[in-house]
Design a protein around this ligand. Structure first.
Ligand code: SF4
Ligand code: SF4
Length: 140
């Protein structure tokens, strides 16, 4: 699914690419701001290394100059079900809700069915091109 063009830009990622206000983009028909999926930082464990800030391509994290801490500035920009930052954090300071929360959302919102509807035309095209491939001299 592509991001609508009228979504405002909130800043740039570590590679200088523009990042949009993704909280305004629905997740499989659900308002993103109604899905409580985003990182939480345990400041007793956080070493302010900046790994999460640098690696998240969605600008979820920011650096608070006053407190000199990394903060979750754009929680709803987080990609639903992603946990990359938690996996990369060297001090295990980042946590997410239980994965069962996502499983329930997926089931309630019929995400698999919706996803299959989107990809099935693409799959048919691939099957077609496989047939076409077989009919070529190289495919025989
Ligand atoms: S990666 Fe972990 S330790 Fe480093 S700034 Fe982020 S939360 Fe803190
Ligand atoms: S889970 Fe993924 S999208 Fe969400 S804040 Fe972490 S790295 Fe960014």
């Amino acid at each position: 699914m592509s991001t609508p063009k009228d979504i405002p830009v909130i800043g740039k990622d570590a590679l200088g690419r523009e990042v949009k206000e993704l909280s305004k983009v629905p997740w499989w028909g659900m308002e993103r701001t109604k899905i409580e999926w985003y990182p939480s930082i345990d400041y007793d464990k956080c070493a302010t290394c900046g790994v999460c800030f640098v690696t998240c391509g969605r600008r979820v994290f920011d650096f608070d100059k006053k407190t000199e801490k990394v903060v979750v500035a754009h929680p709803y920009n987080c990609m639903v079900a992603c946990q990359t930052c938690a996996n990369l954090c060297p001090t295990n300071a980042i946590t997410f809700p239980n994965a069962d929360y996502i499983k329930t959302l997926v089931a309630q919102n019929k995400v698999v069915k919706k996803a299959f509807k989107i990809i099935s035309p693409l799959l048919s095209k691939n099957e077609l091109s496989e047939k076409e491939l077989k009919s070529t001299p190289e495919g025989r």
